[in-house]
Every structure is written in C-alpha cells, then in structure tokens.
Design a protein around this ligand. Structure first.
Ligand code: GLP
Length: 361
C-alpha cells in the first residue's frame, strides 16, 4: 500500500480525512461544467468525517455546490425512507446539512424493480461524469470494501451481492441487534468500480478492523480480503487509528510512520487533479435480450464493438451469477477480534496472539 497514515484515535483520523477531502476539492476548483466527483460510504466510521465536513461547510470553508456524489452501496428491499437505508443515513449525516444540489446525489435504489438495470444505470452515470475522482470508503471486519464480500471478483462492477454472515452480524447493531431484520442482499459498486476511481481513501478505526487492515496491507492481493485489491491502485490512502494497526507488524507501522515523518504529507501527495472530459457515453441499456446475443441472419454472432464491452458484465443476471460467500470469515481466524463470535463457542481454546506468532516463526 502506497500511503498509510496512522493517528491515535478516530477523531484524529476523521479530522485528517476531512482535511484531505476539502483540500482535494479546493485544489480541483470544481464548476458546474467540471464537478468534483466524490464516492461516499456509510457506516459508523465515516460519521465523524461527515460531521466535520458539515462544520467546515457551515464555517464557510467549503462548498459542495459543484460536487457530485456516488454512494458505494444500498440494501436491497429497503425503501429510501427506511431509517436504516443508506439513503436515509446520507441525508441525516451529510446531504441535508450542506449545499449539494439534489440532482448531484446518486444513490442506488434498493427497491428498483429491475435491480440489474439499476446497477447498470449507476455505472453509466459514473461513466458520464468521466469517472470518480476520489472514492472514500470504509472497511468491514472481514476486509470487505463497499459490500464486496469475501470471494468477490476483483474485476466486479456494480451488482447485487449476498451479504456474508459476518456483515449481517456486524450490521445487526443498526437493526436492534436482530440479525433477522438485516437485509440479506445489497447492491454495491464493484472492486473494479472502486479501482477505476483516480484516488481511494479508506478509513479504518477500532481493534475489530485490525485483522482486515493486516490482511489488506501485509498479505498479497486476494479476493477473500477485498481491501487488498487496493495494493494494485495507483493512489490509495489508508488512514487508521492506533487500534486498527494492532495486528500489523511493528516494522510495518514504523515504516509508514517514517514515511510520514520524512515530510511526505499525504495531503500534498495526491494524484494530479486532471478533469477528464465526458467523452465516453455508455451504450443504452438493453430492455430484452442484448442484440449482440441474437443470431444474425446468416447465423453468425454479431460482433460487438470493442468500446461498448464495458457493460457486458452488467447485462448478465446479477442474481443468477451471485458469487458464493462463506458463512463466516471469522471462523477461520481463531484469534481474531471478530473470531470472538466463534470463540465463544470454542471455550476450550485459549487465545494467545503473540504466542501463536512465535510458534509459527
Ligand atoms: C458496511 C458498509 C461498508 C462499510 C462497512 C463498515 O458493511 N457496506 O461500506 O465500510 O459496513 O462499517 P463501519 O464503519 O460501521 O464499521
């Protein structure tokens, strides 16, 4: 991972990220014709970031008038006005308090009759804006980004996903602790959608994120910890609090701290902000069988122009193609923070994290 910033607690992390976003928007100097396209997450971790952004907006430091947002994900089946829909979350914590025009807000509709078309239209809207400039994201305890659960294709785009048990359990806190009330499916941007943005900023706070951070930063790129895909991104920035680094090697922590101390402040090290003209207009969505799959009069399949292939994956039935997700990543990690769930069932196991490491050295 190219840039990792470590701060003492969630407040310092949030201040850092809010500062970072503000400086990126200001440097971009967006206009109605050339808006700044921001990818945004939900969850507990970004709440404080939004609060600070709202405060800074009220203080007259930043305007979101020329900012266009795309939300990462949304539960399937929850109407917009459901208190736990991501739509409600975003208005409650951010949109209602800043000057962003409603037409600049893009959130997947979890109640769309055609979920596949909704996902395709979302990707098309991103493409029409020339892509996302900065994608802010959180990370799940099982290492997922957006709702790209363990086992997600690293080349995935916006689609419907079945939620992993760990995520249902983690998110049940918003549904009165009742896992039965948590939707089983969600629509989410894909890993490739995130990878296509010019810059990705990840917030990770708390000891329950420590394993995800360790797997994402220190292990290789793999689809079971989708955060790790960002190792292939040109401009990733992970901002952690001290607790989220608990499973990292001391050497890793010191390495990233030394980079920051050397004076390469990430806030001045982002990619060059270049407005990408809206040259690409995605193909219209098919209403029936895609024309390319219908036989031509002489029986030979019609050739698809190369530049229209971007939507091919989206035209398939996302529900039919839903990737398999394991029941519980935590069951693989007997000594993980989230492993406590399973650990409770395995009372004969004694967790000794450092001891475990010594025997494996
Ligand atoms: C959900 C969201 C993710 C988010 C994750 C972590 O599963 N779909 O986008 O990153 O939760 O949320 P929290 O910040 O509440 O731990």
């Amino acid at each position: 991972m190219k840039r990792v910033i470590i701060r003492e607690d969630p407040r310092e992390v949030s201040v850092y990220i809010a500062d970072y976003i503000i400086s990126r928007i200001k440097a971009f100097n967006p206009t109605p014709e050339q808006p700044f396209v921001l990818g945004v997450p939900t969850g507990s971790s970004p709440e404080l970031i939004y609060k600070i952004l709202v405060q800074r907006h009220r203080a007259g430091e930043i305007s979101f008038k020329n900012v266009v947002t795309f939300n990462m994900d949304e539960y399937v089946g929850l109407p917009r006005d459901h208190p736990e829909s991501y739509h409600s979350f975003m208005y409650k914590h951010f949109f209602s308090h800043v000057d962003i025009p409603p037409q600049n807000i893009n959130i997947l509709d979890g109640t769309a009759t055609d979920l596949v078309a909704e996902c395709a239209s979302f990707e098309a809207r991103i493409a029409r804006y020339g892509g996302i400039e900065l994608f802010l994201g959180g990370v799940g305890p099982d290492g997922h980004i957006a709702f790209n659960e363990p086992g997600s294709s690293l080349s995935s785009r916006t689609r419907v996903k079945t939620l992993a048990y760990d995520t249902i359990l983690a998110n049940s806190r918003f549904f009165g602790g009742d896992t039965g009330k948590v939707p089983r499916m969600a629509m989410t941007v894909g890993i490739q959608t995130i990878m296509d943005s010019r810059e990705v900023v990840i917030v990770a706070t708390g000891a329950h994120k420590a394993f995800a951070v360790q797997k994402g930063l220190e292990d290789g790129v793999n689809h079971m910890w989708t955060l790790s895909a960002l190792q292939l991104h040109q401009h990733p920035l992970v901002v952690c609090d001290r607790d989220a680094t608990l499973e990292l090697k001391v050497k890793t922590v010191r390495y990233f701290e030394s980079i920051e101390q050397a004076g390469t402040d990430a806030r001045t090290q982002g990619p060059a902000l270049v407005y990408r003209p809206r040259t690409y207009v995605p193909a219209p969505l098919p209403t029936k069988t895609p024309k390319s799959q219908q036989p031509t009069p002489d029986g030979t399949p019609e050739r698809v122009p190369k530049d229209l292939r971007i939507n091919t994956e989206l035209q398939r039935r996302a529900l039919d193609e839903d990737e398999l997700t394991p029941d519980s990543m935590s069951s693989r990690l007997v000594d993980s923070a989230i492993g406590g769930i399973d650990g409770a069932l395995k009372s004969d196991l004694i967790f000794d994290r450092m001891g475990t490491r010594i025997t494996t050295l």
